[in-house]
Design a protein around this ligand. Structure first.
Ligand SMILES: NC(=O)c1ccc[n+]([C@@H]2O[C@H](COP(=O)([O-])OP(=O)(O)OC[C@H]3O[C@@H](n4cnc5c(N)ncnc54)[C@H](OP(=O)(O)O)[C@@H]3O)[C@@H](O)[C@H]2O)c1
Length: 213
């Protein structure tokens, strides 16, 4: 029976949220996953799952070498950087994809908010995500899309059942302190996404023929 080699998907900056996509990629026979990190120390979480972690300084030569060596086809960023430094790092990711022979798809790190209705929310998006979106829009060579999951349901779970660190003061429910903050009138509709479903959605997107830019 003919076998197809799994496509390599590279995930940059896997901290909390990226772990869900990592796990869903590991479960799929269509893909293999590698991780890009600034650190030299490989976290136990990755070694336990036999995930290859590549150290990078996020310069174009370093990124390009990893993409080419691994024949990566899609680069997905989970880098958590609210500063304008985000633009520099993501411009390097894009340039490396443009120079790469194999990697022609890129998802930058957004994962929060509603990019269609409120593209500049949270406030730091105006100086980080929006300038890079403009760079993406100005080019045609690399296929890209934005993935926004809304607020994660996983913050309702006890620590042993979630990869997300608690965000006291920001998330309305504090499981440790048994307190809840009511935002607005309390009547506004709020939706939530389960992290694992978000990861599954990303994997489905990796297998899709076309993306909505
Ligand atoms: N929808 C939601 O409810 C929700 C919740 C949380 C987060 N998010 C979003 O999801 C994305 C990932 O968040 P997260 O909670 O997974 O983040 P995180 O765990 O705090 O960080 C992710 C990784 O980003 C890398 N990183 C941080 N600063 C960097 C920099 N200056 N340059 C290069 N790499 C850097 C680090 O990787 P290395 O140390 O390995 O290099 C880190 O492990 C963010 O865009 C965040 O806003 C959404």
């Amino acid at each position: 029976m003919p076998t197809t080699r799994p496509q390599t998907i590279a995930l940059a900056g896997v901290g909390d949220l990226g772990k869900y996509t990592c796990e869903e990629l590991l479960a799929s026979p269509r893909f293999s996953v590698i991780v890009l990190s600034r650190g030299k120390q490989k976290e136990k979480w990755f070694t336990e799952r036999q995930i290859r972690v590549y150290t990078t300084d996020y310069t174009v030569p370093s990124l390009l070498s990893i993409l080419e060596t691994t024949s990566t086809t899609t680069l997905i960023s989970f880098i958590n950087d609210p500063t304008p430094g985000y633009v520099t790092t993501h411009t390097a990711l894009l340039t490396a994809c443009q120079q790469s022979h194999s990697c022609k798809r890129l998802i930058p790190s957004e994962w929060i908010g509603d990019s269609e209705t409120y593209p500049l929310k949270p406030d730091y998006y105006a100086t980080s995500r929006e300038p890079f979106r403009n760079t993406l829009r100005a080019q045609k060579e690399i296929e890209w899309t934005l993935f926004n999951v809304g607020w994660l349901m996983d913050y309702f779970l006890p620590a042993r059942k979630t990869w997300m660190k608690p965000v006291p003061g920001k998330f309305p429910v504090d499981l440790e302190g048994w307190s809840a903050l009511v935002r607005g009138s309390g009547e506004e509709v709020q939706s939530w996404t389960y992290g694992r479903d978000g990861g599954g959605g990303v994997v489905a997107l990796c297998g899709a023929d076309e993306w909505v830019g």
